[in-house]
Design a protein around this ligand. Structure first.
Ligand code: AHM
Ligand code: MG
Length: 346
């Protein structure tokens, strides 16, 4: 019995494309590709495996020592979001493949000069290293979100703020890692969205979700309804519309409170995710550069839509690194319907 099982497992491993193979196969689809972007995705793949290993051990932290204390080896216990931040940043810096990094965890962007101080790389990476990290204590899935842009300033000079403050339409790649019941890396380079599942036994990501697409319409709405009284009228009206029994309604509500997890479920099952403005968060909560732009690029590449309730997320010209925006993202028809309610309530 056991032998048979092993045989089936290995047969799958032989048949399916690995992420490494996929990256190489697709490298030629980029015009003028020098392999730099492929190397960035490869580094993210590596950092994701390291963070996955740590996230999976999170429950053991209480046993080996709480954050702020030293563990048995005398090392300081780090908070997981700090660990994830350092892992992604160091992995990218050590491979000398980017000229700059901006992270939700850091106040300012990081300039990467390269060993020869030449500033010769052409891409910047923006990321939220561990989104939803407050969920770790309760064993709920968290994620890493990333976004890649080509720099605007000339190669050979240090990066500037304007290299990071680009509208989402300029993204050359974006994706997320979900550390869930299984760990997946989902990304796009502008040719559709593909999802890869990690086989933890051998540390390899396999293509498990080729060409991910939203259904045009969906049944799930995801919003923190606890904030209902603070929402703008258009959002309140849309929620009431979702709840009303008519045709194939009412919809069903699912909200994990972990953007990557909510997004991942909705892209697979069809749905809308909303984090609107509210009297508590007048500009919304989510960050344009680290959360909304990458998710918007993925959503559009999967046939969905992402807006701030009125206009396309990816056309917003950012003015500051940590800018917040309201976020409406998911199946096309659902986002369009929500926008209609926003418009009508104006
Ligand atoms: P974070 O970047 O501090 O982790 O916050 C972002 C998270 C998202 O993952 C999630 O969708 C949202 O905050 C939940 O917020 P709320 O608890 O207000 O509903
Ligand atoms: Mg976040």
């Amino acid at each position: 019995m056991c032998h048979k099982h092993n045989y089936i497992d290995f047969a799958m491993e032989e048949r399916n494309t690995t992420l490494g193979e996929f990256i190489i196969e697709n490298q030629n689809s980029f015009q003028y590709s020098t392999g730099e972007l492929s190397r960035i995705i490869n580094s993210i793949r590596l950092a994701a495996k390291v963070v996955n290993y740590k996230v999976n051990k999170a429950g053991l932290v209480d046993i080996v020592g709480a954050a702020g204390e030293q563990n048995i080896q005398g090392e300081d216990q780090q908070k997981l979001d700090v660990f994830a931040n350092e892992t992604f940043i160091q992995t990218l810096i050590n491979r000398e493949i980017v000229c700059g990094i901006a992270s939700e965890e850091n106040d300012d962007f990081i300039t990467v000069a390269g060993a020869d101080n030449s500033h010769s790389n052409k891409y910047v990476v923006l990321m939220d290293p561990l989104d939803g990290s407050s969920n770790i204590d309760v064993n709920v899935s968290v994620g890493t979100i990333f976004s890649v842009f080509r720099r605007i300033t000339p190669v050979g000079t240090p990066v500037q703020a304007e290299d990071f403050l680009q509208p989402g339409i300029n993204q050359v790649a974006a994706g997320y890692v979900i550390y869930g019941t299984s760990t997946m890396l989902v990304y796009t380079t502008g040719h559709g969205v593909n999802g890869f599942t990690l086989n933890p036994a051998i540390g390899t990501f396999y293509l498990s979700h080729p060409n991910m697409t939203y259904s045009e319409d969906g049944k799930i709405y995801s919003i923190n309804e606890g904030n209902y009284v603070h929402f703008p009228q258009g959002v309140k009206d849309y929620i009431k519309y979702c709840q009303k029994e008519e045709g194939d309604r009412p919809y069903t509500s699912r909200y994990i409170g972990s953007l990557v997890s909510d997004f991942h479920r909705n892209i697979i099952k069809g749905g809308i995710y909303i984090y609107p403005t509210s009297s508590k968060a007048p500009k919304g909560k989510l960050r344009l550069l680290y959360e909304c732009n990458p998710m918007a690029f993925l959503a559009e590449q999967a046939g969905g839509k992402a807006s701030d309730g009125f206009k396309r997320i990816m056309e917003i010209q950012p003015t500051e690194l940590h800018q917040r925006v309201p976020f409406f993202c998911g199946s096309k028809k659902m986002v369009e319907k929500a926008e209609e309610f926003m418009q009508d309530a104006q």
